[in-house]
Design a protein around this ligand. Structure first.
Ligand code: FO1
Length: 311
């Protein structure tokens, strides 16, 4: 059985992890996930990206919306709003149950990685799900209106502000979660999921030791393009690349991974970029990367594995 480790963010990353699970089985997959967009809501710890991975693999995700639990209700939010609380970050009733349990465990001194191990087990998710760190790392974005934390920028202000710089608060003091560096070093293939390189993969790589573990691997490091024909399937990546001074294309993303990845997976829509990707010293692998529909994920995952386990 091939051992596959995936550095991943929220929706794109969770769909990619699901594709690998469908192709190779849950036992094969370890996720090292982003905690840079974690936040506290009503005193509860919320880990949106890792929760999205958890919900996707448990078959609970609201696939249309791309976050939270399907068949959700919002009674607690309505009460909180009526009582004067801020409700711009929506927590549904079912989702709230998870945040209550997680926060209780964290307050009792259980590290975030152990909390996720428990949540995954209880929800029947067979992969290993590790936060990049048990310590806080927070993605902060410089905009023309000042510096904003990720969720204020993304949800509250609907990512309307141009992003001029990105910083990962706390990263320099954070330690990788137990097992994360080993999972990266020992995997047969280490993937950089089709997630936003600045706000999903960046905060993981910023934890001391993680980028070195990826760069020093003897085996392949395969980055999967989060852009197809210059467009993100969802989210603000194309515009962020522009405002941060990069090429708004799969090639622009490949350049960010130069020296770190050994191969870069491009959608057939971007075949024309393959020679430029190869010129960066990355093997260009052209195969579909669109995994929105759960029905195609297994097939897409198998094709990516066939093309890259040997890369
Ligand atoms: N995204 C929104 O656009 N609005 C929300 O109110 C919102 C709530 C939310 C609650 C739990 C959760 O796990 C995710 C949630 N998201 C929401 C998604 C989240 O902000 C982002 O998609 C990720 O952080 C980006 O990867």
């Amino acid at each position: 059985m091939a051992r596959l480790t995936v550095l991943c963010g929220g929706l794109g990353g969770s769909r990619f992890a699901d594709a690998l699970v469908r192709a190779a089985g849950a036992d094969a997959v370890t996720v090292v996930g982003n905690v840079g967009d974690d936040l506290e809501v009503h005193g509860l710890h919320v880990s949106p990206d890792l929760d999205t991975v958890l919900y996707t693999l448990a078959g609970l995700l609201d696939e249309e919306r791309g976050w939270g639990v399907r068949d959700e209700t919002y009674n607690a939010r309505e009460t909180a709003g009526r009582l004067g609380a801020e409700t711009w970050f929506t927590l549904g009733d079912r989702d709230l149950g998870l945040h209550l349990v997680r926060t209780e465990l964290l307050r009792a001194g259980v590290p975030l990685s152990a909390v996720f191990a428990r949540l995954a087990e209880r929800l029947g998710v067979g992969i290993r799900l590790l936060p990049a760190s048990d310590e806080p790392v927070r993605t902060m974005l410089t905009t023309p209106d000042g510096e904003l934390d990720f969720q204020t920028w993304f949800v509250r202000r609907r990512h309307a502000d141009d992003v001029l710089a990105v910083r990962y608060e706390g990263a320099a003091e954070a330690r990788p979660a137990p097992g994360a560096l080993e999972a990266i070093a020992e995997a047969d293939v280490c993937f950089l999921a089709p997630s936003n390189p600045f706000v999903s993969i960046g905060p993981i790589l910023a934890v001391p030791g993680v980028a070195d573990a990826v760069a020093e691997r003897a085996g392949p490091v395969v980055a999967v393009s989060p852009l197809v024909a210059g467009k993100a399937l969802r989210g603000p990546l194309a515009r962020m690349l522009e405002t941060l001074g990069h090429d708004s294309s799969a090639l622009g993303v490949a350049r960010l991974y130069e020296g770190l990845a050994s191969a870069f997976v491009l959608d057939p829509a971007d075949t024309g970029l393959a020679p430029a990707v190869e010129a960066l010293g990355l093997e260009a692998v052209v195969t579909p990367v669109v995994i929105v529909d759960p029905a195609v994920r297994g097939e897409v995952g198998r094709a990516i594995l066939d093309a890259t386990v040997r890369a």
